[in-house]
Write a protein that binds this ligand. Structure first.
Ligand code: XIL
Length: 321
């Protein structure tokens, strides 16, 4: 993508970035055994040039699979295909990644299995131990990156999110018990404004439980869907900003060690397609608007960080001469 203003904004504002799609299977592995690293390389090189850390997303997911996969992967070759994808992709960027989402969105509460495992091609082809297999393959391929399990639907105090938190926690506990190499859990954090759902005790206790397992906790895909709010920009921005303030404060209080946004500017938010507003207006879910100007969300996030880490030493006062 050639958008100099956008690139400049990322370089100025980010200490860590993640490719939104460029490291998914469909992008990296378009034909069996054939990889295309062009787009991913550009992002990794951009990060390196600008002194920005990089997350990898993702290695095992039920979405964004290339067409050849369903046609040629079988029970017989699935482990070999997955292992070789993991080795090739992680190996290419070895030593340059802060963390990798090894497995993404493996729990589905409505799937009906007592362990909550989502019915995916990987479960079907490899079997119930496919998550163990993936993390072991990942550690063998790349000893430096923090290996992460990444999931959505964990944030709200609702019963549904509570059930999911329990299943995810049990899954993580099992991994730790079996000595599977996992370092972190990623809480995606796709939030919604304009509902009366609350975020508090459920998420707090989940983060504590995960940290109790010795895992780091990352917020990995934070944004706020404003599609339920009225058109008025001031109203939307105020509601979105408040959610950010509360959420980031909670995360920092609970010892979350990285906060990543799913995009930086409304110019390129996925929500315009994924959750379009009924009035057709563009969504305003991110800290910079379509003109790359900071919104109330930006100041809310900054304030949450500032309150957690107040500037050290004597405040500097600007003097007028
Ligand atoms: C989304 C991208 O933002 C879209 O551009 C793409 O069309 C679909 O995937 N959870 C994830 C991300 O883990 O990979 C998803 O990204 C958003 C939800």
């Amino acid at each position: 993508m050639h958008d100099a203003g956008y690139a400049h904004l990322i370089a100025a504002q980010s200490t860590m970035i993640v490719a939104e799609n460029a490291m998914k299977w469909r992008a990296l592995h378009p034909e069996s055994g054939h990889y295309d690293f062009a787009a991913a390389d550009r992002i990794v090189n951009f990060a390196q040039r600008n002194g920005i850390q990089m997350r990898g997303h993702n290695l095992v997911w039920h979405e964004a699979m290339p067409e050849w996969f369903a046609l040629s992967v079988t029970h017989e070759n699935a482990r070999q295909v997955l292992n070789s994808h993991i080795r090739t992709v992680m190996g290419r960027y070895s030593g340059r990644m802060h963390s990798w989402d090894v497995v993404n969105e493996a729990i589905h509460t409505e799937g009906g299995r007592p362990d909550g495992l989502r019915d995916t091609p990987w479960l079907e082809l490899i079997g119930d131990d496919y998550i163990d297999f993936s993390f072991r393959a990942a550690r063998a391929a790349e000893p430096f990156a923090l290996l992460t399990y990444n999931e959505f639907g964990l944030e709200y105090d609702s019963d549904a999110d509570g059930v999911k938190r329990t299943l995810v926690y049990e899954m993580l506990r099992g991994l730790r018990q079996r000595g599977v190499p996992i370092d972190a859990v990623g809480i995606q954090s796709h939030l919604r404004a304009g509902t009366n759902e609350t975020i508090g005790y459920g998420l707090r206790s989940f983060i504590r439980q995960c940290r109790g397992l010795g895992l780091k906790v990352f917020v990995t895909e934070l944004d706020v869907d404003d599609s339920r709010l009225p058109n008025d920009v001031a109203v939307r921005d105020a509601a979105v900003a408040e959610i950010y303030k509360n959420y980031v404060s909670l995360a920092l209080e609970e010892g979350v060690s990285a906060v990543m946004m799913w995009g930086i500017t409304d110019r390129y938010t996925w929500l315009d397609k994924a959750k379009p507003r009924p009035d057709g207006a563009h969504a305003r879910p991110l800290p910079f608007d379509e003109k790359l100007q900071p919104t109330s969300a930006f100041f809310a996030i900054t304030e949450a960080f500032r309150q957690r880490n107040p500037p050290q030493g004597k405040p500097v006062r600007a003097e007028a001469f």
